[in-house]
Design a binder for this molecule. Structure first.
Ligand code: GDP
Length: 176
């Protein structure tokens, strides 16, 4: 009997996006599998780790930097994305303006971050479908054009959250 070879790799991931789109809630859902309506907002940045199994032989560990979205912390962002292997840029599907902000972050990452950075766009608050302002097809077309992975997620229900992080993990360079 042969033992399957196991592969393990560690990557730095940064979350960016306007304040209150649900960055911390997405991380919380991913890391703790829970949602807390009343958690305090992030000051500066928070650091957490979580692993995902890409397939039965491959495990990816994410070192997650959850940045604060407030304007006053904006100048700190380069410190977090500079050495990042991957980024999740989050908007809120019920706030059209938050997609504009997300696009600006993508532009900044594509200009200033590591050339090989894997970027995913996440349209969060998918559970608030009745308040939707951003059509899925509009965001999908933009993501395709810009070369981004794209997921609509709900940190509240958990829908697509693991899929988002697993999707990123699958795009990362893991040595055999
Ligand atoms: P951040 O500032 O981007 O980190 O956003 P937070 O994670 O602090 O979330 C901002 C607000 O949106 C909080 O009141 C959260 O409870 C709420 N929120 C976050 N994600 C979701 C979601 O998927 N659905 C709903 N309905 N509310 C969410």
């Amino acid at each position: 009997m042969t033992t399957p070879s196991t592969r393990y790799a560690q990557f730095k991931l940064v979350l960016l996006g306007e304040s209150a789109v649900g960055k911390s809630s997405l991380v919380h859902r991913f890391v703790k599998d829970s949602f807390d309506e009343y958690r305090e907002s992030t000051i500066g940045a928070a650091f957490l780790t979580q692993t995902v199994n890409v397939d039965e032989n491959t495990t990816v560990k994410f070192e997650i930097w959850d940045t604060a979205g407030q304007e006053r912390y904006k100048s700190l962002a380069p410190m977090y994305y500079r050495n990042a292997n991957c980024a999740v840029v989050v908007y809120d599907i019920t706030q059209a303006a938050s997609l504009d902000r997300a696009k600006a972050w993508v532009k900044e990452l594509q200009r200033q971050a590591n050339e090989s950075i894997v970027i995913a766009l996440a349209g969060n608050k998918l559970d608030l479908e009745s308040d939707r302002e951003v059509d899925t097809s509009v965001a999908q077309s933009y993501a395709d054009e810009a070369g981004l992975l794209f997921y609509e997620t709900s940190a509240k229900s958990g829908e697509n959250v693991l899929e988002l992080f697993t999707g990123i993990a699958k795009k990362l360079p893991i040595d055999a």
